[in-house]
Design a protein around this ligand. Structure first.
Ligand SMILES: C[S@@+](CC[C@H](N)C(=O)[O-])C[C@H]1O[C@@H](n2cnc3c(N)ncnc32)[C@H](O)[C@@H]1O
Length: 372
C-alpha cells in the first residue's frame, strides 16, 4: 500500500521531503558526534596546534587509535557539515573518506567549537554536551506523545513520567553521577554566561554588600560575582546533594537547604537558570521566600534573575528563535518553561514584588532586577 503523499506529491517534492525527514531523524547523530568530539578534546587539540590540524594530528593528540582514523574522519565530516568545524577540502562523498586526498584535509575551529576549548575556568561548554545527551535526559522525551495524550498525570512532569515518578531534583539525590554531571554542566555554562553578565549587566551588583545565589549549584556564578566585586559577601544555597560536592575554596559560603523553606538573609537574592525549571505556582513560592530574605521596599533589597525572556533582546534571527523554542521544550520536560515578559510580570506581582527591570545581555538571556 502506498502512502497518501505518494499520490499527491511530485517526484522532486517526494525526494526533498525524504531528504529533509532523514536530516531531522538523524539529528541525534549530530548531537552524539558533538559529544564525542567534545569528550575526545578535539577542539582543544586543534587549538593547541595553532588553530588548524590534520586528521592524523587530531587522532594522535586525542588518543584515537590509528586503526580508527577513517571513522574519526566520518565524525569530523558530520561536524564540519554542521558548522562545528571548518575544513579546507572536505571530501565530497563518503567513498573519499579513506582516500589520500582526505588525509590532507585541515580542520579549523568555528565559533561553536571555540566554546569547547579549555576547561571550566576558560568557559568550557563540554560538560553541557555530556549532560544533555545522557540517557536519563534523552529518555525524558521518548514518552512525549503518550504524555501529551494522558490527562491523568496530575502534576507529574514529563521527566517524572519517564522516570517512574521521580522528579528531576530527586534524581540528583539518588544518582550521584547524574548529579555531578548536571552540576559540572551548569558550572561550565555559568562561567561563560557570567563573564557576559558581569561585563554587560554588572551594574546590578554595584552597591550590594551581600548576595545569596539560590540554586547556585557548585558556586560558579557566586565565585564570578565575588571575583568581580570582592566587597560583596557571596553565599550559595542549594540542595545537600549539590553542596556536598561543591569545591569550597573559601571565596563563597555554601549553605545546604531548600529554597521553598528558607533562604538566608542578604542584600540581594540571585537566581540564575532556576525559575525556568519550575511552573508558575512554584516560582511564586520561591520568590516569596526570596522576598523574606532581602531588605524591605526602600531599603535597597532586590532579586536578580538571569534567565531567558522570550522575545527580548535584538531582533532575532531564525537560529536564535529555534534555540529559544528548543530551550522551552527542554524546560517543559522538567516541569517549567521559558517565559515572555508578561508571564514574568504576573509571577513577580503575585509574589508580592512591586516593580522590575529587564536588561537583555546575550540573545534572549536577560538580567532581571525585581524590587520589593
Ligand atoms: C538548572 S540548575 C542551575 C544552577 C546554577 N544556578 C546555574 O545557573 O548554573 C538548578 C539548581 O537548582 C537547585 N535546586 C533545585 N531544587 C532546589 C531546592 N528546593 N532548593 C535549593 N536548590 C534547589 C538544583 O540543585 C540546581 O543546582
Amino acid at each position: 500500500m502506498s502512502c497518501h503523499a505518494e499520490q499527491e506529491l511530485s517526484t522532486p517534492d517526494m525526494l526533498q521531503g525524504h531528504i529533509e525527514l532523514h536530516h531531522h531523524l538523524f539529528g541525534y547523530l549530530k548531537s552524539m558526534a558533538l559529544r564525542c568530539a567534545a569528550d575526545l578534546g578535539v577542539p582543544s587539540a586543534i587549538h593547541r596546534r595553532g588553530g588548524a590540524a590534520m586528521i592524523s594530528d587530531i587522532a594522535a593528540d586525542t588518543g584515537v587509535h590509528p586503526a580508527k582514523l577513517p571513522h574519526l574522519r566520518r565524525i569530523m565530516r558530520v561536524l564540519t557539515g554542521a558548522g562545528i568545524f571548518a575544513a579546507n577540502d572536505e571530501p565530497s562523498s563518503p567513498a573519499d573518506q579513506d582516500g589520500d586526498a582526505a588525509g590532507e584535509t585541515v580542520y579549523t575551529l568555528t565559533p561553536p567549537s571555540r566554546l569547547l576549548v579549555g576547561d571550566h575556568a576558560t568557559c568550557n561548554m563540554a560538560p553541557m554536551m555530556r549532560f544533555l545527551v545522557r540517557p536519563e535526559v534523552a529518555a525524558v522525551f521518548f514518552g512525549l506523545d503518550a504524555w501529551l495524550r494522558d490527562g491523568d498525570t496530575g502534576a507529574a512532569t514529563l521527566y517524572q513520567a519517564a522516570h517512574g515518578g521521580v522528579p528531576a531534583w530527586e534524581m540528583t539525590k539518588r544518582d550521584s553521577s547524574y548529579s555531578r554531571a548536571l552540576n559540572e554542566a551548569c558550572a561550565g555554562d555559568t562561567s561563560f554566561v557570567m563573564d557576559i553578565a558581569v561585563r554587560e549587566g554588572g551594574d546590578v551588583f554595584r552597591g550590594l554588600s551581600s548576595l545569596v545565589d539560590v540554586g547556585g549549584g557548585h558556586g560558579a556564578a557566586a565565585m564570578a560575582i565575588a571575583r568581580a566585586f570582592p566587597h560583596i559577601k557571596c553565599s550559595v544555597l542549594d540542595l545537600p546533594q549539590a553542596i556536598s560536592e561543591a569545591p569550597a575554596d573559601g571565596t563563597v559560603n555554601f549553605v545546604a537547604g531548600n529554597m521553598f523553606e528558607y533562604i538566608p538573609p542578604a542584600n540581594a537574592v540571585f537566581l540564575k537558570y532556576v525559575l525556568h525549571c519550575w511552573g508558575e505556582e512554584d516560582c511564586i513560592k520561591i520568590l516569596q521566600q526570596c522576598k523574606k530574605a532581602i531588605p524591605a521596599k526602600g531599603d535597597g533589597g532586590k532579586v536578580i534573575i538571569i534567565n531567558a525572556v522570550v522575545g527580548s533582546g535584538e531582533p532575532q534571527d531564525n537560529a536564535l528563535k529555534e534555540t529559544q523554542v528548543l530551550f522551552d521544550v527542554y524546560m517543559m520536560g522538567i516541569g517549567g518553561g521559558e517565559r515572555e515578559e508578561h508571564a514574568w510580570k504576573k509571577i513577580f506581582l503575585e509574589a508580592g514584588f512591586s516593580d522590575y527591570k529587564i536588561k537583555p545581555i546575550l540573545g534572549f538571556i536577560s538580567v532581571i532586577e525585581v524590587y520589593p
